[in-house]
Structures are given as structure tokens and as C-alpha cells.
Unconditional design. Structure first.
Length: 267
């Protein structure tokens, strides 16, 4: 799934190139991507409006619309990009880095589109068809954003229950924006095993994980995505930890495939 940096890339594209443009047509005919809205419902509620602000919390992206129109929620799925295509042939895009098959001007996998009065379009291009378009998404159910969470909020997120640490980091109700790859990077930087129960963490360990979260999120945003982070190329069989040369270990934590340093991240 796209993680916080990829969704921020898509949000930034909308913020730079799609705001304050009058919506004159909407393609919401993909009833799987636009579920539970039937074809035509999103169109009828967005025509004549403008996108006026683009927001992100964690992995969730949504846009406010003019004149008290509904919020437009956009989920990128596993391979989605937001593409802003203009009539002069120029385009910019942002979103998931795995989607490498598309070249400029290829909109075969467009699942949803807004057409603006100047002829430009905003498209959700999604080869795997796992994205979602919804109106008024329930973003208030999400925890604090991983890019801006405070130390106090982070400690509170880890203070309840006995879930494995990685599972808690992945729970969007506690901390929004951390996905599987980013969680492995954070815990590798903090030198904490992903399976440690949160109620067994020492205050020092909680502080290490918080600081690792800050640094990993910042580096991923600056680098253009989670794929640029240190441990990601070493999440495979036979790999050695780039910090100490110990074998990388693999297991399932919280239902997700996880990788960690066998020497430094011990439970």
C-alpha cells in the first residue's frame, strides 16, 4: 500500500496544479473504485464546484470543495497515481512509486477523472484498480499524522494494550501514515524488535522509536518515498544488515511480513 510519503506526493500535485479550477465533468463510472457510490452520484455532487484545498492525514488524502460541496476522498490503492493532464500535453503526477508501467499520456488505467473548464483533467491512474474514491471520508477516525505527531501523542499511542510494537505502529487509529516498509525502517533505526509487546517497552525505547519515526518519515519525504530508505534494499533472503553485517531475519508480525537485524533487534 502507499505510505505517507507517496500520499504526500499526490497531495502536493493537487495543491500545485488542481485547485480553483471549475469542474465541468466527472467520470465516476467505475463502480468498484467509487463504491459505495453508484455511477453518477459523485458526478452530480461535484459538477460546478472547485477543489479549494488538498489535505492529508497519514495515508488518507481528501480535498475540500467550494460552496460547501462534499469533501472528495482519494485513496491511491497499491499502484495509484494522481495525474494532472493539461490540454497543451503537459502533465505532472504524484503517488505510488511501484507504478512504473505508465508513460506520459497513457491513461489506460484511469479509474476516475475530473475535467476542468479549461480542458485540463485530474485522473486517478491505477493499474491494479485498488484505489478508492469516496465523498466525505471519515478521516476523524485516524490517529495523529506520523509526520507531525508529538512525543506526548506518540507515548499515548504506545501506552495501551499489549500488541506487538510493529502492529501498533501499523494501526492507523493510533498513528496515521506508517505502512509495512516504513515500520521496518523505523524499528531498524531504533534497534527494537518488531514483536516486542508495547506494554514491555521502557521509556528509553519509546523515545528511540519516536525519534526513529521522525527521522525515517523526514528522510522518506525528502528522498521521494519509502523505497529510498536505508533498510528497504535489504529486506530479502540472504541479505545482511547494512549497519553490522548480521543476517537479516524474517517473520510475520501483526499479519505482515517483517524484516529485522538478527543481532541488534532482539526480543
Amino acid at each position: 500500500m502507499p505510505e505517507l510519503p507517496e500520499v504526500e506526493s499526490a497531495r502536493s500535485v493537487i495543491d500545485r496544479a488542481a485547485l480553483d479550477r471549475l469542474i465541468v465533468e466527472v467520470d465516476d463510472t467505475d463502480d468498484y473504485v467509487c463504491r459505495p457510490h453508484p455511477p453518477g452520484e459523485i458526478r452530480s455532487l461535484l459538477l460546478g464546484h472547485r477543489l479549494v484545498a488538498a489535505h492529508r492525514r497519514g495515508k488518507s488524502l481528501w480535498c475540500d470543495t467550494s460552496s460547501d460541496g462534499p469533501a472528495l476522498g482519494i485513496h491511491l490503492g497499491m499502484s495509484g497515481k494522481i495525474v494532472i493532464a493539461d490540454v497543451d500535453g503537459s502533465e505532472i503526477d504524484g503517488g505510488d512509486y511501484w507504478e512504473g508501467r505508465r508513460v506520459s499520456g497513457d491513461y489506460r488505467w484511469s479509474r476516475f477523472a475530473l475535467t476542468f473548464s479549461d480542458g485540463g483533467r485530474l485522473l486517478l491512474v491505477d493499474p491494479r484498480r485498488l484505489g478508492r474514491i469516496t465523498l466525505d471520508p471519515p478521516v476523524d477516525r485516524l490517529g495523529p499524522d506520523a509526520a507531525t505527531i508529538t512525543s506526548a501523542q506518540f507515548k499515548a499511542a504506545l501506552s495501551r494494550g499489549s500488541a506487538p510494537l510493529k502492529a501498533r505502529l501499523l494501526d492507523q487509529h493510533f498513528v496515521a501514515g506508517i505502512g509495512n516498509l516504513l515500520a521496518d525502517e523505523i524499528l531498524w533505526r531504533a534497534r527494537v524488535h518488531p514483536g516486542r509487546p508495547v506494554d514491555e517497552l521502557t521509556p528509553r525505547e519509546v523515545g528511540k522509536v519516536f525519534r526513529a519515526t521522525q527521522s525515517a518519515v523526514t528522510d522518506a519525504l525528502d528522498g521521494g518515498g519509502v523505497h529510498t530508505l536505508s533498510i528497504i534494499p535489504f529486506r530479502h533472503a540472504g541479505a545482511l544488515c547494512p549497519r553490522d553485517g548480521a543476517p537479516m531475519a524474517r517473520g510475520t508480525v501483526g499479519g505482515r511480513t517483517s524484516w529485522w537485524c538478527s543481532a541488534e533487534q532482539v526480543i
